[in-house]
Design a binder for this molecule. Structure first.
Ligand code: HEM
Ligand code: HEM
Length: 191
């Protein structure tokens, strides 16, 4: 399997980074739901609320670096041809959805970072390095960034539902093997 995207399929780099982002975003949504629901002095799985905030902020910044690598991987080589089993409407949706997904990969971490810095909460990266605050206290920016973070999370969930819906519909109902386009290649290309 080639490292880069080509006419006949996604490259190993795009595939690896796609699944890494899936894992990081799953963690982010899990940690956010726990930290926002638990009490300040409670613990979940032995970790306190500030621990979850720290992990959420740190992994979120790692996800930003992965998003940059992913965009570069998408731009190297050429995108594979559309899967022939996708209808015109599905292709139009996927095209828009990919724009939203890439935007979210950048807006989510950047808005989170701006919120905690402008709000004066800071980032203690993996509990070992207190990042310098390049913004300083800026309450109106903190509020705007917080609502951008929350609104983009909802937009991301709605778009992911469509993304996943198409993949599952094709893979489980139409049985055209669409999911294989994003899996390590074993014995040939999906139809
Ligand atoms: C890939 C990146 C990220 C994803 C997918 C993500 C996702 C989320 C989600 C789903 C929420 C809950 C929103 C709600 O209230 O419904 C949240 C909250 C939060 N996120 Fe992130 N996040 C990311 C990166 C970051 C980063 C990099 C930071 C800070 C450096 C951060 C700081 C926060 C904070 C402080 C909250 C709590 C906001 C509140 O008090 O309501 N996030 N995030
Ligand atoms: C379990 C969850 C997921 C599954 C099963 C899945 C599956 C797939 C599949 C099969 C493709 C190839 C579609 C094709 O070209 O025909 C794809 C592409 C893509 N997926 Fe996902 N995906 C998931 C989650 C995500 C998440 C969380 C994101 C981003 C936040 C994402 C972003 C993308 C993007 C942008 C593409 C286009 C190719 C690229 O530029 O990397 N996916 N996905």
């Amino acid at each position: 399997m080639s490292l880069h995207n080509s006419a006949d399929g996604y490259g190993a780099m795009t595939k690896a980074l796609h699944w890494l982002i899936v894992a990081l975003f799953a963690f982010q949504f899990g940690a956010a739901n726990i930290m926002l629901r638990m009490s300040e002095d409670g613990t979940v799985l032995g970790i306190g609320q500030s621990g979850y905030y720290n992990w959420h902020k740190s992994i979120g910044l790692v996800a930003l670096i992965v998003a940059v690598a992913r965009l570069r991987a998408r731009r190297s080589g050429r995108l594979p041809d559309w899967a022939p089993t996708l209808s015109g409407r599905e292709r139009a949706f996927i095209h828009r959805a990919e724009q939203v997904l890439y935007t979210a990969m950048f807006v989510m971490p950047v808005s989170g970072f701006l919120y905690v810095m402008a709000g004066g909460y800071g980032v203690n990266l993996f509990g070992v390095w207190e990042l310098p605050n390049p913004i300083g206290s800026w309450p109106s920016l903190a509020i705007a960034a917080k609502w951008t973070h929350i609104a983009s999370a909802y937009a991301l969930v709605a778009t992911l539902a469509g993304h996943l819906g198409i993949v599952l519909w094709h893979t489980l109902v139409l049985r055209d093997g669409l999911i294989r386009r994003m899996l390590p290649r074993r014995g040939g290309q999906a139809r």
